[in-house]
Design a protein around this ligand. Structure first.
Ligand code: ADP
Ligand code: ZN
Length: 660
């Protein structure tokens, strides 16, 4: 009795699927953020002392040990609470994005200690143009203020946005605060690390899923101790325990890849702004094709806005022309128009490089039996199987199901009756090899470029001039700077136009504009040819004119009347179950218990476009609300009053980007 009266109770949040913190006892109080080892059932797990009142009523177990890691910073804990509240995720699941058992394991062996420090703000400052210098000064001032701000850095491709935001990084270094730069794709870190090193004398720390466990652990510890100045990373870098974060940069802020679609469903661009706010930091959103969301926020004065209207060093923006496939069709069974082949031929003759862009992996998106018309589809998903000829397999791009092409059609048993329909990048590479047998080609897709190492090798080969024609998916579209690349051909500009996706048009314009932006970034002007069957379509017209502000005005005019984002809010509920009837029943129950509130509409339930995905049947509901409606509260109450059996999952997607 005497002993227990001396014990202190505290709340500990566990990086596990619980929303609530647990109560434990210790001999003396521990500051919030302290990492501790505690019993959970038969096991011991790591947790974090959370700044909220413990439960005084129930018996509590004792903290087993205190870990020798600096406490999580208060700003990070506030961020975790905020993200959970906004996305309706359990707090423990969000904490797991920041703290994992594997990050805290004691050192395996004493490896070579990595030195993450030493970035020197005055190592090699650039000689900025007047427009760049103005933008850099504004960002430097924002960092110097030690206060929250958001700036949209809107500059045409090749205008020096990277160069400019690196000056903001330099200021964070001078202030002895940390900076984080988020990239939508790990492959892009290769060129940024290079430029960073030239600017600051050392490489930044990097953070993404491809790091070895040892390097992850070292990096996490070094960040926690304040030994890391700058991190370049994927969206999860937002959850690192920076002691005093002064700058958050989101490069290519328009990218849908910043939306995490599994587990905790969050948009890293939006959460980056929150992270900056809670840390009193400056946030920079950079893009040549900013999202309507960010443009609108700038227009309303919530964000500052900086423009870089011209390419660096007098480089011209590329000439973009449509190739009307009705007038200039490819040869039968081929996919590249003679006009585009002519452009490639001319670039190669000048000793320059060409790029062909098609946002489709594999050889052919559809395989069918020429006898009975049977289409090869995935047994687990509402999707066709995609032929990957290099691997001699049909693959599902959604669940990774794979199978060899069967010798007979499963429907009519005809032999050798399969034909590939439509092109993927492998088929385009084959066509290039036929037409230009001596050209050196490189295919860049997520199948070939699986990590930063492969990206590095590909970029090096292109820069060294060892590649004549690059053929790639969206992976080649953004960020890259290849001075010898002067000709870009878009194989199928119409690909993204179909479907009822809210942002299909916006995304297509952004993607194609970015692809076009790879051409002619140095001395030789670039040329872009866009193959389309509907060049008069407003989206294709916007790509051709390059007038993105005008396109966004049209987009805004379409979305505003119906209160579609960013002029209203959406929350998607995705109901899924292995048993179709169970999914149906819950979808109907949700429909019956739906909120009936002014300014809120419920759309659905409807079968999801992927009505079957990874073996689960799916229904979707969409809550659509006016901007000022507190959608989280409404959704939470809605779910709470609906009976959802354990076999059925309801994923909540606040601000959905994908409607599949
Ligand atoms: P963006 O990020 O806007 O696409 P970058 O920052 O990649 O543009 O700049 C394009 C190219 O021009 C890069 O190779 C970059 O190093 C170069 N560059 C831009 N501004 C300058 C400058 N002021 N001095 C030297 N090189 C520059
Ligand atoms: Zn599948």
């Amino acid at each position: 009795m005497g002993l227990s009266s001396r014990l202190t109770r505290l709340s500990v949040l566990l990086p596990r699927p619980f929303d609530a913190a647990f109560t434990y006892e210790t001999e003396s109080a521990l500051p919030p953020g302290t990492l501790v080892r505690v019993p959970l059932g038969p096991r011991e797990v790591v947790g974090v002392v959370w700044d909220e009142p413990p439960d005084d009523m129930r018996p509590a177990k004792s903290v087993v040990a205190i870990l020798e890691v600096p406490p999580l910073p208060v700003a990070l804990m506030a961020f975790i609470d905020w993200v959970a509240a906004y996305t309706l995720a359990r707090r423990g699941d969000v904490l797991a994005l920041a703290v994992k058992e594997s990050l805290l394991a004691a050192r395996v062996r004493r490896g070579k200690k990595i030195d993450f420090s030493g970035a020197d703000a005055s190592f090699a400052p650039p000689d900025l143009s007047a427009a760049q210098a103005h933008a850099a000064t504004m960002l430097v001032d924002a960092v110097r203020r030690h206060a929250f701000s958001v700036t949209l850095l809107d500059g045409v491709t090749g205008s020096g946005k990277t160069e400019v935001y690196l000056e903001a990084v330099a200021q964070a270094l001078r202030e002895r605060r940390q900076a984080v730069v988020l990239l939508p794709e790990i492959a892009l870190s290769v060129q940024l690390i290079d430029r960073f090193t030239r600017r600051f004398g050392v490489a930044p720390a990097v953070w993404h899923s491809e790091l070895t466990p040892a390097l992850r652990r070292e990096t996490f510890r070094a960040v926690a101790k304040g030994d890391v100045d700058v991190v370049v990373g994927a969206r999860s870098a937002l959850f690192l325990p920076f002691p005093d974060l002064g700058l958050v940069v989101v490069d290519e802020e328009h990218e849908a890849a910043f939306k995490q679609e599994d587990g905790v469903i969050y948009h890293a661009r939006d959460m980056a702004v929150v992270r900056a706010r809670l840390s009193g930091a400056a946030c920079v959103l950079a893009s040549a094709t900013p999202s309507l969301e960010s443009v609108e926020n700038a227009a309303r004065g919530r964000y500052a806005r900086l423009d870089l209207p011209a390419r660096h060093g007098g480089a011209l923006l590329p000439q973009i022309q449509a190739v009307d496939l009705r007038a200039h069709p490819p040869e039968r069974g081929k996919f590249i128009s003679p006009v585009v082949l002519g452009g490639v031929r001319a670039a190669l003759a000048r000793g320059e490089q060409a790029m062909l862009f098609l946002n489709r992996r594999g050889y052919a998106p559809l395989t069918l039996c020429r006898h009975c018309g049977h289409r090869m589809s995935c047994p687990n998903c509402t999707a066709w199987l995609v032929e990957h000829r290099t691997r001699a397999r049909l693959i599902c791009h959604h669940c990774d199901y794979g199978a060899a092409l069967p010798p007979k059609c499963p429907a009519c048993e005809a032999e050798q009756s399969f034909v590939p329909i439509g092109p993927g990048v492998e088929r385009i590479a084959e066509e290039v090899a036929w037409v230009f047998p001596t050209a050196r080609t490189l295919v860049m897709t997520s199948d070939a470029i699986t990590g930063p190492k492969q990206a590095q090798a590909a970029a090096a080969a292109i820069l060294a001039g060892d590649v004549d024609v690059i053929i790639g998916t969206q992976m080649v579209a953004k960020g890259w700077h290849f001075p010898k690349l002067t000709m870009v051909g878009v194989v199928d500009a119409d690909l993204g136009l179909g479907g009822g996706d809210l942002r299909a048009g916006e995304r297509t314009v952004q993607l194609l504009h970015q692809v076009a932006g790879r051409a002619g970034r140095a001395a030789v002007p670039g040329q872009v040819m866009v193959q389309s069957y509907v060049p008069e379509h407003p989206v294709i017209a916007a790509v051709l004119s390059g007038n993105l502000p005008e396109f966004l005005v049209q987009e805004a005019a379409q979305r505003q009347p119906g209160h579609w984002p960013p002029y209203g809010r959406l929350v998607a509920l995705i109901v899924s179950a292995a048993d179709e009837r169970q999914a149906d029943a819950v979808a109907r129950a949700l429909s019956r218990s739906a909120p009936y509130i002014k300014g809120v509409d419920i759309l659905g339930p409807a079968p999801a476009p992927f009505a079957l995905l990874r073996g689960r049947f799916r229904k979707r509901l969409l809550l659509k609300a006016d901007r000022q409606v507190a959608v989280q509260e409404i959704t939470r109450a809605w779910l709470a009053r609906t009976d959802i059996p354990r076999m059925v999952r309801v994923d909540v997607d606040v601000d959905p980007v994908s409607f599949m």
